[in-house]
Design a protein around this ligand. Structure first.
Ligand SMILES: CC(C)(COP(=O)(O)OP(=O)(O)OC[C@H]1O[C@@H](n2cnc3c(N)ncnc32)[C@H](O)[C@@H]1OP(=O)(O)O)[C@@H](O)C(=O)NCCC(=O)NCCS
Length: 199
């Protein structure tokens, strides 16, 4: 059974993962949601107006009332800058499986933050939520996302042709990756690598 814990605060070496707040909307818009370089790798188009971001953040914030909402903002520890987001979603009670997705602002790409955030969310999901399997898919032309999946132990399971159609009306083939709880437990040290703050 999945042990839903909501969106607790999680602290890693360089990052804090925390709930999003309404007042974050401008930073989210500025740092990644309005940026085509980020949006090109996501399904939804870049936001043109901050009001679109406000609406999206308001929806996420309203979902925090449910323990089934696992949606973190990714914050740099030193300067408290909100640099991205990561979430667990599509929880399936028949299998205890779920999916993960993430985005970082362009200014913070290739500094290891994506790997650090994904690694800790995978650890949290397996050790604390009892998730059975985590899956994710990335466009074939988004190797950085595939790289961080592999770095945290996710394996490529196949390529789905024309899995998505993006904002530019282009169909994209996607690589589907996954990691099983049993493999994670077998292959990873049991010592917890993060500080967890459940309210
Ligand atoms: C995917 C994403 C979260 C990665 O975050 P990040 O912080 O840049 O990732 P990291 O720095 O931890 O790791 C990136 C890895 O990809 C590699 N990489 C980057 N660009 C690459 C490219 N064009 N080809 C091959 N590898 C590449 C980097 O070298 C690094 O690997 P390394 O640590 O072995 O050197 C970020 O690029 C992003 O937000 N992209 C836009 C949104 C998105 O794609 N979301 C996921 C949708 S599936």
């Amino acid at each position: 059974m999945i042990n839903y814990l909501g969106t607790p605060k999680i602290e890693t070496d360089r990052l804090i993962l925390r709930k999003l707040e309404l007042k974050d909307a401008q930073n989210i818009f500025d740092n990644w949601l309005s940026d085509k370089r980020v949006a090109d790798n996501r399904i939804s188009p870049a936001h043109k107006k901050v009001s679109e971001t406000m609406e999206r953040v308001a929806k996420i914030v309203s979902e925090y009332d449910s323990k089934e909402c696992c949606y973190w903002g990714i914050v740099q520890k030193g300067n408290r800058e909100l640099i991205g987001e990561i979430d667990l979603y599509n929880f399936d009670i028949a299998t205890n499986n779920c999916e993960v997705s993430y985005s970082l602002g362009y200014n913070w790409w290739n500094h290891g933050y994506g790997t650090e955030a994904l690694r800790v969310v995978v650890e949290f999901a397996f050790k604390h939520m009892n998730i059975h399997k985590i899956s994710a898919a990335h466009n074939v032309d988004n190797p950085a996302s595939g790289k961080i999946m592999r770095k945290v132990g996710m394996q490529q399971e196949g390529v789905i042709r024309h899995m998505i159609r993006n904002a530019k009306n282009q169909y994209k083939d996607c690589v589907v990756c996954g990691i099983l709880q049993e493999d994670y437990i077998k292959n990873t040290a049991s010592e917890q690598t993060f500080i967890l703050n459940i309210e």
